[in-house]
Design a protein. Sequence first.
Length: 566
Amino acid sequence: MCNKLLKTTKKIIPISLQTELKALQQPLAPSKNFLLIILPYFVGKTDALGAKTRSFLSFPYGPLTISSYVNKKSFNGSKVKILDLNLSEAYGAEELLEIIKSELNREVIDVLGFSFMFDTSFPYLISLSKDIKNLFPKTPIIVGGAAATTGYKEILELVDPVDAVCYSEGEQAMLNLLDYSKTIEFDSPPWVTRKNLNLKPETRYVESLDDVVELDYSLIDISKYSMKESFSPFAAYRYHNKEFNQFFLVTSRGCPFKCTFCAEPALHGANMRFASVEKIISHIADLKDKYNINVLTLYDDQLLIDVPRAKNLFRQLRKFNLRIEMPNGVTAVFIDKELAFLMKDAGVDTIPLAIESGSDYVLRNIIVKPLRLNKLPKIVSHLRDAKIFVIGYFVIGMPGEEDSHRKETYDLIKLIDLDWSSFSIAAPVRGSKLYEQAKSEGWLPDNYGLGSFEANRSILNIPGRDPAEIEEQTFYLNLKCNFVENRALRIKDFLTADRLFKEVTEKTDRHAFAYYFLAITKYYLGDLSESKNMHSEYLFIIKSANKWKIASDFFQLNDKWESLIS
């Protein structure tokens, strides 16, 4: 009967329901317990000599989507429990092992999984999986997450205790594994094992994103997470005298673009999938009722690509009185005047544009991004009219990029008069075309394996190019655009400038220029005592760090200070 119903009504039954009808035809296995462990990753201030500033302990969004999906959809009552090791004050492997052991001894765990999102967690994966397998040899150990998807081969080659890696999305994979595998088996996609390691991996995407929008936050203790908004002079947690409750939301998956430095297509595919606006609004209404959400972080990679949908979404978000941020960046060409004002009315005060380069040549031939730079002045004008703070995201040091191209990036920043510019040094992220190119050309450092990745370091050994020079140029480009020639200072918006430089001092470790320019804004705002304190901090840093002293002399900061106070 089920087969006949599915066959005759396939055109009108939603895809998610088709999946459930198919599932009903399979024999259910006994219910199982799955312990999903989030590996520790580095959280703290970034290096001030680098180019970017952001770090916080965030809600484990990926594990939450899997747990919420399985716990809601499971036919046999299987359950997923989250154990976030980042919440422990202990970071020694032995201490963390004791935490895991207590969970494993408390109840029967049929499957244990590690959420492996960041390269920095790899040493923990090695040590903890080994110790757990020794203690509980019959418990299958699986690994999933962004770093697992792009590094599955190395995991299975180097970490013997791991039985399987989930390639790409894990919701449907875990549901099928727990509901229909009587003995835990990994013989079908998206599971990668040592038996099928040489085959091209396949994934099992969630067919309807409406099924993964509503997250069950009771699965974690939300009070233990230090949620922080991304870089902005208007961050609500700092500048409003009330409690702020911030939540993440991903409303779409996939990216049709093929930027060579990005691994997103390897994670969620090239085809776009969207949650319905109705489901999104329903979930936010629920978050409002339960948690009084007032800050919404939209973590889509292509939030604006369906412009009518985006406009509808922002129209409906307006009623919640939220502050909305989009830290992944948006594709600028989708923004028209109407959308700019709709975003502002909904609660967007800051927007990062994923520009990547100010050189048409680099965009077309190196990054392969379909962005036409001549459209940017009008787009930025729309955002400026809507009173939205505009940030530009840029990637520096791609193979084939020359000094003249970096000069074009600087020229573009000045032409469109960005409020802030965020610079990333091109890095060979696994799953990206850049990584495959670097690997085939022999540009990777020796022993460049999982756990070796360093953000904002120029590590590509390209003949004829000095990695240190790329880092130096990026460092000075950041100082020039964001500090020495800061737009808020130029237009004498000293309050905004003050907020910007304060953000940098708190999110980076001993940033000399942030303290220097904070001293200037305090001076103009009339706080002479604090201005003196900030300048003293600046002097202390440049005396103790030669690189800051050289940069200060290059931009003649001390001469400018003397001119200011004389």
